[in-house]
Design a protein around this ligand. Structure first.
Ligand SMILES: [Zn+2]
Ligand SMILES: [Zn+2]
Length: 374
């Protein structure tokens, strides 16, 4: 069923492409032969449509390629870059048409009026575009495709472009020689709008524009509901050729193990991708304290330094393995230490007091917890 939907879409889009090949050729040739700015501009419009459609097809093939070593984020941006490049070409063509038309309008004498063939080509273009509009719309309704519906409306806007040309030509015959150039300006503006719609979205993507506030808020609420997540901050999103990449800091209970924290991170990743079809990549950073504004534990000593300090203070009190297997909790700019000791140490009643003497000189150590094992 899905393939037949795809085949139907491809079939009708192919016909749209054939229409553009035919019309681009006829309009450009007869625009020049028939001395019509409007028809020539309309020909450039058809050519632009043709190029846009081909680039979209080719680029989407390319950008679907999986990520590899030199493109670890995938190839989606190839499509985006191609789109921007194309939009610039379209904008350039549109400006050329508009400027040219203005030069003609500014000229004192216009001694060439478009010939009859120009009108016939414009009328055929209107007929062909309307035909494709109704046909595409019917299929779009049948298979409920928004993509095809957009396509159908594009055919209709193409026929408006040719209507402007036809009216311009008729106008020149009735003593308004500048109407043809005015039609060219209208068509030029249509191409410019196409370039804008096509390119703006991609430029926003290239500068890593985030999702809108509502969508971001939806993702935030979703993550906060995942078991084990206490709070989140720094959710960042960006899109690559229609896929959403996001990274987020997730606050978990500071007393859980590293592996449980990692498990929660995996859960966030898994559930986001399952529930938001556009999200394809999630990076989760696990926080044990809120470091959004301040990072209190940033300057505390690491394990190696800390163990040297502990050995210096405790070498006569504890076996070396107890220090080596100590668990350190970094929280609020302080460190608490968990020690695991063999059961026989539990008989030394003053051990805890002696160990805690360290907090007098090493002020960042706030608490020592001792666990005895058999
Ligand atoms: Zn068009
Ligand atoms: Zn954080």
């Amino acid at each position: 069923m899905e393939t037949s939907r795809y085949q139907q879409t491809r079939f009708i889009v192919l016909w749209g492409g054939l229409k553009n090949i035919l019309l681009a050729g006829l309009k450009i040739i007869f625009g020049i032969i028939g001395h019509s700015h409007g028809l020539l501009a309309d020909g450039v419009h058809s050519l632009s449509d043709l190029i846009v459609d081909s680039v979209v097809i080719v680029a989407s093939k390319f950008s679907n390629k999986a990520a590899d070593e030199d493109h670890p984020y995938g190839h989606g941006r190839i499509e985006t870059a191609a789109t921007v490049f194309l939009a610039l070409i379209l904008a350039f063509a549109a400006f050329a048409i508009i400027i040219n038309a203005f030069i003609t309008i500014a000229a004192v004498h216009i001694n060439t009026v478009p010939t009859q063939i120009v009108l016939w080509i414009a009328l055929s273009s209107i007929a062909l575009n309307e035909l494709l509009y109704f046909w595409t719309k019917q299929v779009a309704n049948q298979i409920k495709s928004r993509l095809l519906m957009t396509n159908a409306w594009h055919h209709r806007s193409d026929s408006f472009s040719s209507i402007a040309v036809a009216l311009g030509v008729i106008g020149t015959w009735f003593g308004f020689p500048k109407l043809d150039a005015i039609a060219a300006i209208i068509v030029g503006l249509m191409i410019l709008k196409m370039a804008w719609d096509f390119g703006w979205h991609s430029i926003r993507e290239l500068v890593d524009t985030a999702l809108n506030i509502e969508e971001t808020e939806k993702i935030k609420l979703f993550i906060k509901d995942i078991p084990g997540v206490k709070a989140i901050h720094q959710l960042r999103t960006r899109s690559i050729a229609g896929s959403i990449f996001c990274d987020v800091h997730v606050l978990v209970d500071p007393s859980i193990s590293v592996s449980e924290g990692h498990y929660i991170g995996q859960e966030v990743d898994k559930r986001l991708i399952a529930s938001f079809p556009d999200i394809t990549d999630v990076t989760v950073h696990i926080d044990t304290e809120d470091d959004e504004l301040i990072n209190p534990s940033y300057n505390l000593p690491g394990r190696n330094t800390l163990q040297k300090i502990l050995k210096k203070h405790w070498q006569n009190l504890l076996p070396e393995t107890a220090i080596e297997t100590a668990v350190f909790h970094y929280l609020d700019g302080k460190i608490t230490i968990e020690l695991k000791l063999p059961m026989e140490f539990s008989h030394q009643t003053d051990l805890e007091t002696k160990l805690k003497e360290i907090t007098a000189t090493e002020s960042f150590i706030t608490d020592i917890k001792i666990f005895y094992y058999k």
